[in-house]
Ligand binder design. Sequence first.
Ligand code: GTB
Length: 217
Amino acid sequence: MIPTLTAFAASPDRGQGLARDTRVRWALEEVGQPYEVRLLSFAAMKEPAHKALHPFGQIPTYEDGDLALFETGSIVLHIAERHAGLLPADAHGRARAITWMFAALNTVEPPILERAGAVLMERDKPWHVERMPMLDERIRVRLADLSRSLGDKAWLDGAFSVGDIMMVHTLLRLRPSSRLLDEHPNLLAYLARAEARPAYQRAFAAQLAVFTANNGS
Ligand code: GTB
């Protein structure tokens, strides 16, 4: 059975790979699992047919036979549990990799999303300019601790894992509108290592192809 993902027919990031189908595509590419993609307009995402798969009317979803999942953390973990390569074999290493996945989603991603939301939707507010340094500072605290924890290691904990997929994709969201990552050369090198992975490149190219096809270039 070939799993099917949903993704934006017209991603607002214009092919930068920041929408969350990219992290699911990446996990599938890492484990060598072919997949299909159903593209959705914003209107279709809010239709009952899609909300039956995703209660909040978002992308991505993941369907495999009679299993339908939403939430990228759950989807990527499901993929990692069913294929070799994204979770260590030993129980403690596996638990630590999953911990990093949750750290990306619950500790690092929230301030990054708060900032992204402010840049997208609050630019015209009178308090926007005053608020941005506070949002930057919250991210700066997280990046400093993450940088210290990563140190000169290649990946967060031993071999590349689901924790790295989630962390890298979370950090990439910062890049278009902020220079905060530049304060940590080891985080920049971490992202470069991840983006050099053939599986990441295939995932990135696949989502870019959607944008290119829909924009006629
Ligand atoms: N917690 C969920 C998960 O991890 O699966 C969040 C899913 C989610 O936020 N989906 C977004 C969505 O469907 C797309 S990826 N949004 C439409 C809606 O809620 O109506 C988030 C995203 C959107 C845009 C950019 N961008 O333009 O750079 C990047 C990431």
